[in-house]
Write a protein that binds this ligand. Sequence first.
Ligand code: NAD
Length: 504
Amino acid sequence: MTSLIHEFLKPGINKGLFYGGRFQKPHTSAVIEVLNPATAEAFTTVPNATVSDVKAAVTSARSAFGGWSELDPLDRSRHLHAFAHVLRSNMSSLALLETTITGRSIREMNAQMARIPEWLEYFASIAIGLEGESNVVKGGYVTVTHYEPLGPVALLTPWNHPILILVKKLAAALAAGNTCVIKPSELAPVSPLVLAALATEAGLPDGVVNVITGGPATGAALCAADDIHYIDLTGGTSTGRKVASLAGERLIRTTMELGGKTPVIICEDADIEAAVAGTLFAAFVASGQTCVSGARFLVHDKIYDSFVEGIAERTEQITIGDPMDKTTQMGPLISQKSKDRCLRMIAQAKVDGAKMIAGAGPLNLHNDFYNGFYIRPTVFKDVETHHELFLEEVFGPVVSVTRFYSDHEAVEMANTGTFGLGVSIWSRDIARAHRLSLKVRGGVVWLNDHHRNDPRSVWGGVRDSGFGKENGWDALRAYLTKKSVIVRTAAGHDDWFKGVGRYG
Ligand code: NAD
């Protein structure tokens, strides 16, 4: 199979959509161009799937559902372990593919890819332990409950971690016995197509994992498809509102993993060196393009100046360049649109009166990367809580630093705005850090670290960051419905309408 990945690593390979266990010719000649963000050059194309393509993929998922859902959980588990094994064997080629399409540095993608099979192994394992209950209930009955999968489900994914986010969802959905139709981001659709082919290579039955490519219209057609029974979206908050509204009309459940504006609270008793190193990671991994990017640093007055000095110095030292070079620490942004948004927000921060202490906006590297979507990692200090940079998601390497004087003020600042996804708190006093963690709004809080993710650590936001969970038992149960079977054990039978009633 590595040969398939190598084929996709060559420019211009378009093998169509993936459903029914193989690549399929789409019902359209329309394509979406996929760029290499490091050079801004066209890399390949994928089909811009139509409603007919969506229907064909959903039909394929429906045909596979009976067989897959009726497998013994142990057999499904074996399939998922085999899938994990195939991913692990193809890890370095998958990392190359991810770097080519997303511009994320190869050292990041190698590190991330190494952990991805764990999601399949985790859900393959816990699904075996999924047990119903039984209760003896009043009147001579025994109630037996058991879990059932939902049917074909839709997975809508973003471009920033094309495989990681997809596998988080896919592993839970499949372990629960559902079949899936995936609609990856139009900006990074290639590795999900490859992933589906790897699932087939691992022996998963045809039609269990299907991928259609296209933009928002294709995603909307998938959400509207009659035989889709759950929608799991990771994307922007405005997309979340649209998809959740559609799901509401259809009365189907959803998970919404949406945007964020993650505060990083640095107390005066923090280990400054660790905090600066950790906050650089929080801010600039993936070029600041993660939902939990440390975006606004709240720093205690007593250490404000030394922190600002440290982060400014270290930010200027970040090595930016060819994402395929193992020494590159930061690659480009995903698109010109993202770059323009960052530059616009940098300009606005200056107008608002914040002081830029690191970075200088756009960056034109020499040679092949001159046109790539690069900007310098940028830090503003003295950002105020009403500034756009404090409130709006940048989704790029542009961060703010704001001074606080008390824990109460830090919490007020952290809770400013509409998001509620990640928060990190840095303090040597673990009791204090824990107290703060209870007061900040968010779904994932790290103490003295940032960004850490594990199949066992539940992940998800509140308010404008969405609802529902990835990871853990919560994610598995979201993909199931619980059925109650009530068994009469009392002797004899009832006859409620006994008698000889008459009308008139
Ligand atoms: P996006 O909302 O533009 O797209 C996400 C997916 O939804 C894509 O596949 C897209 O084609 C599809 N889509 C867009 N409009 C649609 C519609 N009307 N109907 C159906 N599908 C539609 O997001 P993006 O730019 O790919 O990703 C960046 C966003 O994702 C950021 O806001 C980021 O914070 C968020 N994100 C959140 C998490 C999390 O765990 N909470 C993780 C990663 C990214």
